[in-house]
Design a protein around this ligand. Structure first.
Ligand code: NAP
Length: 317
């Protein structure tokens, strides 16, 4: 993950600042003991850029929870492979092409993850009872709004009263609760779901998932998008689920997914989302950090409840 590129066509070389992994972090939130910033010189001479590659001046960087799973030093089978020590971190972002030996590029879109979980796997019907965890985050905020647009009753859990207010007043959730205050999740779900849960969009895992399994309706669907409450723990410390048996009698379908496996549906997503955005039916929030040096702070923030909406770094104005 670098801030590379001087931006001027006549430049032959530029200084680029990049975050790299200096030590694995099996547990806890990674710190400056594991992640370090360095400055390297990059050649922009055409011979230095291999065919099919680009030199980009990075403008925006997305800060995503999945990065955490690539820093543990052992492969848990989650998301992608481990970073090597000394390797530059890679992330989704937006950049300006300053040298090109290829015209193609890709961009990360959190709304697409929400769409796959709701539209493709959850597939709620009008009137379905839908529960979203980490509901005010980059993925959650879109998942809840998409379910509302399908005519569902939508409840979210999140980590602050401010975010509860946001969910209800700006994202149109029917209700929401602060899981740091309503810590008996089983009691909270009894209160918010008197008629049970038809679709649970899973972002956090652990005790919340266990509580949900006590409230599922027959034929409920649980798209497993992520389990952020477990990312900073070695697997032996991760919480198990004591009530998986509930899935049998209720014929519940729980299914993990990676958004990258659904790229053939990206066109459908864009068409639907463009319409919603033009009609002002979808709202979004971003928490913007400034400068590449803010990566450690921004990355740690996604393992707390301190941010709101999608976390991004603005590398350059
Ligand atoms: P995000 O929701 O914007 O940020 C993470 C949020 O998780 C935090 O803001 C925090 O919000 C909550 N959180 C952090 N630690 C928690 C804990 N211990 N217990 C409960 N909640 C906790 O991040 P995002 O990018 O939208 O990602 C959301 C989930 O989707 C993650 O699990 C991520 O791994 C997953 N994801 C999956 C895919 C895929 O292809 N399957 C793609 C993208 C993202 P509050 O505490 O305030 O609620």
């Amino acid at each position: 993950m670098g801030s590379g590129g001087g931006g001027k066509e006549e430049l032959a070389a530029v200084e680029s600042r990049e975050w790299y992994l200096s030590a694995y972090a099996p547990q806890g939130v990674p710190t400056s003991d594991h992640l370090k910033l360095r400055t390297v010189s990059l050649s922009l001479h055409p011979d230095s850029i291999p065919d099919g590659h680009l030199a980009l001046q990075i403008l925006w960087i997305s800060v995503d929870p999945y990065l955490r799973s690539r820093m543990t030093g052992r492969d848990d089978g989650l998301y992608f492979s481990q970073f090597n020590l000394d390797q530059v971190l890679t992330e989704f972002g937006i950049g300006r092409v300053i040298r090109s030996k290829d015209s193609g590029f890709t961009e990360g879109v959190p709304g697409f993850t929400a769409w796959v979980g709701i539209e493709v796997l959850g597939n709620p019907k009008p009137g379905s009872n839908v529960f979203i965890s980490a509901a005010a985050g980059g993925v959650g905020m879109f998942a809840g709004q998409l379910a509302k647009l399908k005519g569902c009753r939508v409840i979210g859990s999140t980590g602050s009263d401010e975010k509860v207010k946001l969910l209800k007043e700006e994202f149109g959730y029917d209700d929401a609760f602060n899981y740091h205050k309503e810590t008996d999740f089983d009691a909270a779900l009894s209160k918010y779901f008197p008629n049970g849960i038809d679709v649970y969009f899973e972002n956090v895992g652990g005790k919340m998932l266990e509580a949900v399994l006590n409230h599922v309706n027959r034929g409920a669907r649980i798209p497993l998008c992520g389990m952020i409450s477990q990312y900073n723990k070695v697997w032996e410390e991760r919480e198990g689920l004591r009530n998986l048996l509930n899935m049998v009698g209720k014929e519940v379908r729980m299914e993990g997914f990676l958004v990258g496996s659904y790229l053939d549906r990206f066109g459908d997503f864009m068409k639907e989302m463009e319409g919603y955005i033009k009609e002002g039916k979808i709202q979004s929030k971003h928490k913007v950090y400034n400068g590449i040096e803010s990566f450690l702070e921004s990355f740690a923030s996604i393992f707390s409840s301190s941010n709101m909406g999608k976390v991004v770094i603005q590398v350059r104005p």
